[in-house]
Structures are given as structure tokens and as C-alpha cells.
Design a binder for this molecule. Structure first.
Ligand SMILES: [Zn+2]
Ligand SMILES: [Zn+2]
Length: 78
């Protein structure tokens, strides 16, 4: 019997830590966390050129933010 990851479990991994919904236009922060583009844009700025990571509340450089293509593809097939 092969074990498959259920869609529910997968979806939990694809929730934005800010809006708690499945990512829209996911972007990857410098620390490796993901968030949707509109949410990242609404984050408070820690310092000039830095964002506050929504998960660890630490300042991370806000550029460059790479779109997470893999995650975007997974979300599309959900
Ligand atoms: Zn979000
Ligand atoms: Zn982070």
C-alpha cells in the first residue's frame, strides 16, 4: 500500500502565516519562509530595506524576493 499525502495535509503546508489562507502569488523571503505577495507588501518594515518575517518576527532583507514557482504550481493543482 502506498501512502499518499492527503490534500488536507498538503494544504496546511501551503497556508500563508499572515492571512492564513492558501498562498496567492507566493513569494519566498530571504529566510526561506513563504507568504503571499499582497501580504508581504503589507508587512511592517523592520528597518529600511528589511521586512519582518511573519513566522519568526525577525528582520530579513526584503530583496530580492523570488516567486516560488513550485509552490504556485502545487496550489494550481489543488
Ligand atoms: Zn497571505
Ligand atoms: Zn522567516
Amino acid at each position: 500500500m502506498t501512502q499518499k499525502v492527503s490534500i488536507d495535509m498538503l494544504e496546511e503546508q501551503l497556508l500563508c502565516p499572515i492571512c492564513l489562507e492558501v498562498f496567492k502569488e507566493p513569494l519566498m523571503l530571504q529566510c526561506g519562509h513563504l507568504s503571499c505577495q499582497p501580504c508581504i507588501l503589507s508587512l511592517p518594515r523592520a528597518l529600511e530595506g528589511q521586512l519582518l518575517c511573519p513566522v519568526y518576527c525577525q528582520g530579513v532583507a526584503c530583496s530580492p524576493l523570488a516567486p516560488s514557482i513550485v509552490v504556485a504550481c502545487v496550489i494550481k493543482v489543488l
